[in-house]
Design a protein around this ligand. Structure first.
Ligand SMILES: Nc1ncnc2c1ncn2[C@@H]1O[C@H](COP(=O)(O)OP(=O)(O)O)[C@@H](O)[C@H]1O
Ligand SMILES: [Mg+2]
Length: 236
């Protein structure tokens, strides 16, 4: 079953159109990858899914329900949760306060203790550092916290916007291990990445976006073999 489906989406900012007829689906329990270079429209795609911007044309279906015009809070209440680009933590708040803030919807509050146990199991360091201010943590720990905060929102689909960006290689490996663990747990994930190699290794299905258009899609193994990917993204 498709948890999420974008049907022929046009969207943009002010007068300038960024997305052109985007079709994209995410199957339940899969990791779906959205690749593309800087400025391709990946973050804009995620913003139309969370409702930060509204589509000019086309429809967004979540569990077969047309949510195109739903406000952001209602989509979060439904379980559409984003780990934003650049983490967006509050430097003067503690780890635990972030986890509380992540569980701001009613559905998430009802599952608070189960989800807290899960994130502490996934990231034991966050339990140890529960009272530490986020601004004093390393980049890798901050990324873990950003993911943990999103999980506290009890996602039915987790949108991750370049979670490995700006992290040291060893931490990037940890981030992808986390994504694999979430997938094993049955989490449905839409992952935006510029790390093409790692992204394709964890994903089931991939889309490639250029200038706001999907130019290639397929199972990850097929996309890794595509000439476009080899030339433009993998440099082989
Ligand atoms: N808030 C905004 N206002 C106006 N233009 C924007 C805004 N955010 C992004 N854009 C433009 O939209 C295009 C796609 O950006 P974005 O979706 O952030 O790309 P990506 O995430 O793939 O790097 C770019 O040309 C960018 O300059
Ligand atoms: Mg982006």
């Amino acid at each position: 079953m498709d948890v999420l489906r974008l049907d022929n989406i046009d969207a943009g900012y002010g007068e300038s159109q960024v997305l052109w007829g985007v079709n994209l689906s995410v199957r339940e329990g899969s990791v779906t990858l959205l690749l593309g270079s800087n400025g391709a429209g990946k973050t804009t795609t995620l913003r139309t899914i969370t409702g930060i911007i509204k589509p000019w044309k086309g429809h967004i279906y979540f569990m077969d329900k047309d949510i195109s015009m739903y406000p952001t809070y209602r989509r979060a209440e439904d379980g559409i949760i984003m780990v934003p680009e650049g983490r967006r933590l509050w430097p003067d708040m503690t780890v635990y306060e972030h986890l509380e803030m992540g569980a701001y919807t009613k559905r998430a509050r009802d599952k608070f203790s189960d989800n807290l146990e899960f994130v502490y199991q996934l990231f034991p360091v966050l339990k140890v550092r529960r009272d530490q201010l986020a601004g004093t943590m390393s980049g890798g720990e901050q990324q873990m916290l950003a993911i943990a905060r999103a999980i506290m929102g009890d996602p039915k689909i987790l949108l991750m916007d370049e979670p490995s960006l700006g992290l040291a290689p060893s931490i990037v490996i940890q981030v992808f291990e986390t994504i694999s663990q979430l997938k094993e747990r049955g989490m449905t994930i839409l992952l935006v990445e510029q790390n093409v190699h790692m992204g394709l290794s964890v994903a089931d299905y991939a889309y490639v976006m250029e200038n706001g258009r999907i130019v290639l899609e397929g199972p990850s193994e097929e996309v890794s073999e595509a000439e476009l990917i080899k030339k433009s993204y993998l440099g082989i």
